[in-house]
Design a protein around this ligand. Structure first.
Ligand code: UN1
Length: 499
């Protein structure tokens, strides 16, 4: 795969990919893909300046017309789906099917946002005063700062940006330093959409590359009223506090430690398939990855051998090859962290299947592992911690209340699921006293959420919601308007205040 040729198809010239200070390597084989330039703090501030100017113009464009730009972006993504999916695979190591799936998610959110551009509704509210009317207006917010992670290098940008644009905002985006090329490609595709659109203001999308210093500028600048950040809980704790200090808003999408409860009535053939995709898909590097399996004692001895067998048959290899299910980990650090977690698990009495490094021909500098199943005697500190790799901890339960307590007994609250044919259990799980997560599923795994729902989670996951449903409201500011069309001036609360 010639990376220069691939990037040219998006409109990114070769000069941008050479002579920079940030080396970009593919996790597939460690090959050097490019050397791109990063931005310093001053350049990032200049990007915010341009985005702010763009916002001042863009907020006056009618929302359905703004939707037209997002429609054009969706069309551009359709044309480049295969190329962008391939680039995502090259840069993140996720299998091509998942790279393509990620682009499909981008196309879907564009469609969603186009419809939304005609539905940014506010309420009309009954006034307590005669001859008065109350209403809510939703106005554009300003520059939206997006900080995204390597594992969904394009879709997370699209969830945020498509909504931000139809809501009348501009965007400054800091992609992960581990997936900057996808950022460049998306920016070039957005540029194509802008050309087709005709009169989009310059600076509507600014991409700033680099590490922490770049993010710091966005987090501290009062002209960035919203920061949407995806990444670790540690990062979110800092970002959230600093944005709150200047009374900015943040949408935080942080760690997950997602579980599935396997009840005695579960359809086990569905469980095996559901668990496999959720636990080993994207090599266990989704924030929604299944990390804990809570299995009823009645089905434990039937299910676990089936799972072990399925794990043994997983094809691990080059993610560009059609029959591969699990590609590499993102880097050596990720590999070491996983091995360290397995070491601790063993010392705590964990019974481990898999987890070893796998050599893949032609990919000697990639870090490939066989996904691990780890039967744990209890939900220890290690199990309660999110290790971003393909480790599935397995726990037993007897009593349903115990299963719910285990499910909720972690600090993260992103996604969760139950496999059961028992209606009481299913309903209880999704009720107020069931799962405490932002996502709670029945008879499907915790990952692979559709864009139509609000995406995000509670507790240490950060509380943000992105993507579908009414998540758009976070990208706008609400004004309550009271209009007096009478010829008197009655005060609310019945107050008399005459001279
Ligand atoms: C992420 O891992 O940051 O629900 C996002 C899913 C995908 C998105 C994951 N639609 O698994």
């Amino acid at each position: 795969m010639d990376i220069f040729e691939l990037m040219k198809r998006f409109g990114v010239p070769q000069t941008v990919l050479q002579n920079g200070n940030l080396p970009v390597r593919s996790p597939i084989d460690g090959a050097l893909l490019a050397n791109i330039r990063t931005h310093n703090a001053n350049q990032t501030t200049a990007a915010v300046n341009r985005a702010h100017q763009a916002f001042l113009a863009w907020r006056m464009v009618p929302a359905p017309r703004r939707g037209e730009l997002v429609r054009l972006l969706g069309n551009t993504l359709r044309v480049h789906k295969k190329d962008l999916g391939t680039l995502i695979t090259l840069e993140t190591g996720k299998i091509l099917q998942e790279g393509l799936g990620e682009v499909q998610e981008m196309i879907d959110i564009c469609d969603f946002a186009v419809g939304l551009s005609r539905q940014l509704y506010g309420l009309t509210i009954a006034s307590e005063r005669p001859g008065h009317r109350m209403m809510e207006s939703w106005h554009p917010l300003g520059v939206c700062g997006i900080i995204s992670a390597f594992n969904f290098p394009a879709a997370v940008w699209a969830w945020n940006a498509a909504l931000a644009f139809v809501c009348g905002n501009s965007v400054v985006w800091k992609p992960s330093e581990k997936s900057p090329l996808t950022g460049l490609a998306c920016a070039a595709l957005f540029e194509q959409a802008c050309v087709a659109f005709g009169d989009a203001p310059d600076g509507l999308l600014e991409v700033v590359q680099g590490a922490r210093a770049v993010g710091d500028v966005l987090v501290n600048d009062v002209r960035v009223p919203l920061i949407s950040a995806t990444g670790s809980t540690r990062m979110g704790r800092e970002v959230g506090a600093r944005v709150a200090e200047r009374f900015g808003r943040s949408i935080l999408e942080l760690g997950g430690n997602n579980a599935a409860i396997i009840a005695p009535s579960a359809d086990l053939s569905m469980v095996v398939r559901g668990v496999l995709f959720a636990a080993v898909g994207t090599a266990g590097q989704r924030c929604t990855t299944l990390r804990r399996l809570i299995v009823h004692n009645d089905v434990y001895d039937t299910l676990i051998p089936q799972l072990r067998q399925a794990y043994g048959n997983i094809k691990i290899g080059n993610p560009l090859h059609g029959d591969t299910l699990v590609g590499p980990l993102i880097d050596v650090k990720s590999f070491d962290t996983m091995q360290q977690a397995l070491h601790v698990a063993r010392s705590q009495g964990g019974k481990i299947t898999g987890g070893a490094q796998v050599d893949v021909a032609g990919c000697m500098d990639g870090f490939y592992v066989r996904p691990a199943l780890v039967e744990m005697p209890q939900q220890t500190e290690l199990v309660r911690h999110e290790t971003f790799g393909p480790i599935l901890y397995i726990l037993r339960y007897d009593d349903f209340a115990e299963a719910i307590a285990l499910q909720n007994g972690v600090s993260q609250g992103l996604s969760s699921s139950i496999f059961t044919m028992n209606m009481r259990e299913a309903e209880l799980f999704v009720s107020a006293v069931g799962s405490d997560c932002g996502i709670a599923n029945v008879n499907i795994g915790p990952s692979g959420a559709e864009i139509g729902g609000a995406f995000g989670g509670e507790k240490d996951t950060g509380g943000g919601r992105e993507s579908g449903s009414d998540s758009w409201r976070a990208y706008m500011r609400r004004a309550t308007n009271t209009i007096n069309y009478s010829d008197t001036l009655p005060l609310a609360q019945g107050i008399v205040f005459n001279l």
